[in-house]
Design a binder for this molecule. Structure first.
Ligand code: DAH
Length: 341
């Protein structure tokens, strides 16, 4: 009798359990899972309700056997519900993350941002290096007088050295008295007139020459001038400053050298070159000890003050640095070219 009862119970238990497992596989939300769980394992559930039937069994052994069977199936079903719940929770979390995700992708299709021209970039870097060495920045006018561009720089009228600069004159005042500055050296005089020594200054800016454009020349280009005025300045200070600047700007594996030269505003004068790591030399600019006549023109007593100066072209330096073949490329406003730098 008892065996029949257990058989029947086992039968119903299996049906209820199989049915629960099938329905569980189709459940897609936590809420549905919860209601299915109480339909199956709750007090009145298809499996849960069978517990109350145990009392109706005939023998103690039968109660024990059926109880153990019911417990095993209940545990199996609980494990199946838990596994399914974990899975649904993972899915729900992933959906929430996807919904709340912030799109931080940069939209490159939107108009591209511009950037400074490569000559401006070089100028800013030069300014950084020199201000790091303790220099201040000065600027002067692009339309200059004959006095600042030539006369005060120890080139009186008809001095032959004036022909070193092909000059563009401006039709204003006395013929030949107003011009577009041919170099940044006139700013030296303006600084001497207005600042009190000691002076440690750099003067970047645009300069103009009556030149036909070719691969290495433009009628408008950029220079940077350096002026130091202090007591007891020597040629060694000049050489040391150029060497420090070379290493700071180009890198520790570059060095510099000076070659004797001539400029009316310096005595002695030199040209300076920098040596690349591969051993080749690039000519960079001119330099020298400030001529006593130039100090006087700037209102300083050459018996008290000494100084050095140097100047070089920024465009050519940028050209060298980026391996540009033709300096004219830099001024064609071709974005395909400019965007590379
Ligand atoms: N002004 C010169 C030029 O344009 C360059 C130069 C040479 C500047 C010697 C200086 C200097 O300050 O001392 O060719």
């Amino acid at each position: 009798m008892a065996t029949d009862q257990i058989k029947a119970l086992e039968e119903r238990l299996k049906t209820a359990s199989d049915d629960a497992i099938n329905r569980l596989a189709a459940v897609t939300t936590i809420d549905d899972l919860r209601s299915l769980q109480s339909e199956v394992l709750g007090k009145k559930g298809s499996v849960g309700s069978m517990k109350s039937e145990l009392g109706r069994l005939d023998s103690v052994d039968a109660k024990k056997e059926a109880g153990a069977m019911l417990n095993t199936v209940t545990e199996q079903l609980e494990a199946a519900f838990n596994t399914r719940r974990d899975l649904l929770e993972d899915v729900a979390f992933a959906q929430q993350v996807a919904k709340e995700r912030l799109d931080l992708t940069e939209h490159l299709s939107v108009a591209r941002r511009g950037h400074s021209h490569l000559v401006t970039q070089a100028t800013r870097r030069l300014e950084d290096v020199f201000t790091g060495l303790g220099f201040q920045i000065a600027e002067g006018p692009e339309v200059e007088s004959d006095f600042y561009n030539f006369e005060a720089l120890n080139m009186p009228k008809s001095h032959p050295a004036r022909s070193m600069w092909d000059t563009m004159f401006v039709e204003s005042g006395e013929p030949g008295s107003v011009l577009l500055r041919t170099h940044t050296s006139p700013v030296q005089i303006r600084v001497m007139e207005t600042w009190k020594p000691p002076i440690y200054a750099i003067m970047p800016g645009r300069v103009f020459r009556r030149d036909t454009p070719d691969a290495t020349h433009m009628p408008v280009f950029h220079q940077i001038e350096c002026l130091v005025i202090d007591r007891g300045i020597t040629f060694a200070d000049l050489a040391g400053t150029i060497e420090s600047f070379t290493k700071a700007f180009f890198g520790g594996d570059f060095t510099s050298r000076l070659r004797p030269s001539y400029f009316p505003f310096t005595e002695p004068s030199a040209e300076f070159d920098i040596r690349r790591p591969d051993g080749t030399w690039i000519e960079l600019g001119g330099c020298g000890m400030v001529h006593p006549n130039v100090l006087r023109a700037g209102g300083l007593d050459p018996e008290e003050w000494t100084g050095f100066a140097f100047g070089f072209g920024i465009d050519r330096m940028a050209k060298e640095r980026h391996g540009i073949d033709d300096i004219r490329e830099m001024y064609t406003n071709d974005l395909r070219f400019l965007r590379q730098f």
